[in-house]
Design a protein around this ligand. Structure first.
Ligand code: MSP
Length: 615
């Protein structure tokens, strides 16, 4: 179970028994399982790696999870657990944390709209370990007090950012600690643990050992030479101690095979390839405990109070404790999907079934860090750019495959052009009383926009041009396109497609100059109403699709179009049914009240760095 070799290459001096190679004693009991049991717990597509071995085993003396777990994992109305990482409680939230949470939130909301069955979105705070212990000492407080405060800040930030989490786990909670102890027992009973002595370079901020190949030489603040992590630049310290080891090496082959059989286990693809490459390297056993005298702030190893469970074992189990491990997790597992940043991919990739990985936000081209003083405060950003404005920016500009750069002017420019001008302007123009005095969803006229098989030969048939047919076809295909981008963890691409369609709709509206058409002329009126009808249909589709990303603005837009709450789901989303000769439930309906500008232009940008304040 535990962090892959991100380190862990310290010398093992062993009174350690040699790890029995494949099949390891506790490897997913697949061959030994009766078929129906396997179907319940280990649907092929979803069963995971090393941890699956330990946790999928039905706990002793506890009832088996109910059979409906099979349908839960694979059936159409399956339950799905989505998670954000749990955040270190050593400092306040920044926009990188928020980004992890927003990606998960948008996926969760999108699935909800698709009627994908009841889902859960879990988040929380990671509160044990040396990092927290040291942060508390530096802040002149105790670890529980620091965690209480910082955990509260994260809860507040996520709530303020409208992250629709259903569960918030603090690893200091008794229910979580109980699950971790049980998990440890499952590893021990399965023969995966042994005691060994371990030494190597330990990096506290990353909470792991690092191999020489990931280190470089620098000078510390006093000018003395020291070793630092190549990736993070943090100093490492030589650490030698007795602790428990997990036989991770025995899992290399089965993990490789499992990943090869499940190419969508990690998205986007470059990260999947990356994990495969890591697995080609050596996969040494892992140290999974620390001496308690050095690290008292953590969960003690059951029946060995001289040792503390390694913080990553503790943290990863949050994905289980949140759904009631060891009693009731089978109702949710293994249909669990995890959003994680690239820096913690190694820690997750070995164990958990499906992982969505994202890159990082830099600020003016630099890594965000407390020491550089350039950490961006999400509270200030939400205050300045509005909640929906800032959510839209992060999800529209954040590309999971590569790092994205943040600067304030970029937010203002993007949000003004796409939300205020393009989307808001379109709603404003198409609902203006001057062109739609009855304030209704007007009628579509088939004679103006006749259905055709090939729009290239439409000349003279109605009033719509080939360009109009092309644009209507792209809006019609939008919901499916958006769904597939969401499922492929490319929310930014979904938003890009929506923005493109909004631009095309503005083009359509502009091209036909409805304000020039004369309502008193019956032929002109039919065409005028058709233009408005098509535009409102487009806006209805955009409002529906944007709900997971800008919930408040989407609600305002849909309410203005008089779309009832039960008409806002994705499974029943139709576009322009009248074009296909089908009735449109909105036609002739009175529009909702005009509550003013959809999205106000942002006037100024400011600096939003978190002041280094005492925690
Ligand atoms: N506690 C661990 C996770 C344990 S999960 C079992 C941890 N916490 S963290 O607070 O450091 O990071 C939480 C998330 O924030 C990670 O997904 C991380 O990648 C993300 N980000 C941290 N800095 C970031 C950026 N600059 N940009 C985008 N995301 C970033 O790791």
């Amino acid at each position: 179970v535990l962090p892959l070799h991100r380190g862990q290459t310290g010398a093992r001096t062993a009174h350690a028994p040699p790890a029995r190679l494949f099949p390891p004693p506790h490897w997913p009991l697949l061959p030994r399982l009766r078929r129906p049991f396997r179907a319940v717990f280990l649907p092929r597509r979803l069963c995971g790696g090393a941890a699956a071995a330990a946790m999928l085993r039905p706990p002793r003396r506890l009832p088996r999870p109910p059979r409906r777990a099979a349908t839960a994992a694979t059936g159409p109305g399956r339950r799905l657990l989505l998670s954000t990482p749990i955040f270190y409680a050593n400092g306040p939230p920044h926009i990188g944390h928020l980004y992890s949470a927003l990606l998960a939130d948008a996926l969760h909301r999108h699935r909800g709209l698709r009627g994908a069955g009841p889902g859960r979105l879990s988040t929380g705070t990671d509160e044990h370990g040396l990092k927290i212990q040291q942060a508390a000492a530096a802040a002149g407080t105790s670890p529980p007090e620091l965690c209480q405060r910082v955990s509260g800040l994260f809860r507040q930030a996520l709530t303020q950012a409208a992250v629709s989490f259903t569960d918030f786990t603090r690893t200091s909670e008794p229910r979580h600690q109980r699950a971790v102890r049980h998990f440890w027992g499952a590893l021990r009973d399965g023969g995966s643990l042994y005691k060994g002595s371990y030494e190597g370079w330990y990096c506290t901020p990353e909470e792991c050992f690092l191999p020489e190949s990931q280190l470089t030489e620098r000078r510390d603040a006093q000018g003395r030479p020291c070793k630092v992590s190549l990736e993070s630049g943090h100093q490492v310290h030589w650490t030698k101690e007795e602790n428990y080891m997990f036989k991770l090496s025995a899992f290399r082959d089965p993990l490789q095979k499992w990943l090869q059989d499940n190419p969508h286990a990690i998205s986007p693809d470059p990260f999947y390839q990356c994990v495969l490459r890591w697995l080609e390297e050596d996969l040494p056993d892992l140290s999974v405990s620390r001496e308690r005298s050095r690290l008292p702030w953590g969960i003690p190893v059951p029946s060995d109070s001289t040792q503390t469970i390694y913080v990553w074992v503790d943290a990863l189990v949050n994905y289980l404790s949140v759904v009631g491990y060891p009693e009731t997790h089978g109702e949710w597992w293994p249909a669990a999907h995890h959003v994680v940043g690239k820096d913690i991919l190694k820690f997750h990739a070995v164990y958990w079934p499906r992982i969505f990985v994202h890159s990082h936000w830099t600020v003016h081209g630099q890594k965000m860090s407390k020491s550089l003083g350039n950490v961006i405060d999400p509270f200030a950003c939400i205050g300045q750019y509005t909640l929906d404005g800032f959510r839209y920016f992060l999800l529209r500009q954040g590309v999971p495959e590569r790092d994205c750069d943040y600067y304030d002017e970029k937010v203002v420019k993007l949000v003004n052009s796409e939300l205020a001008d393009a989307l808001g302007g379109l709603l404003n123009r198409s609902t203006a009383l001057s062109i739609n005095p009855s304030n209704t969803y007007p009628c579509f006229s088939e004679s103006c926009f006749p259905k055709v098989l090939d729009y290239r030969g439409t000349k003279g048939m109605g009033r719509a041009s080939a360009e109009d047919y092309e644009f209507v076809a792209s809006v019609a295909s939008l919901p499916l396109q958006v769904a597939s981008y969401f499922e492929g963890f490319q929310i930014y691409k979904a938003l890009e497609c929506i923005a493109l369609c909004v631009r095309q709709t503005n083009g359509f509206f502009q091209r036909h100059r409805p304000w020039k058409l004369d309502r008193k002329d019956p032929a002109e009126q039919l065409w005028l109403d058709t233009i408005i009808h098509v535009t409102l249909e487009c806006l209805r589709v955009y409002g529906t699709l944007l709900q997971p990303v800008i919930p408040h603005t989407a609600d305002k837009l849909l309410s203005r179009l008089a779309v009832e709450p039960e008409e806002r789901g994705l499974s029943s989303l139709t576009f322009l049914p009248r074009y296909h000769g089908k009735p449109c439930p909105f036609e002739g309906r009175q529009l909702g009240p005009d509550t003013g500008i959809l999205f106000h232009r942002l006037e100024k940008s400011g600096r939003h760095q978190i002041e280094t304040k005492k925690l």
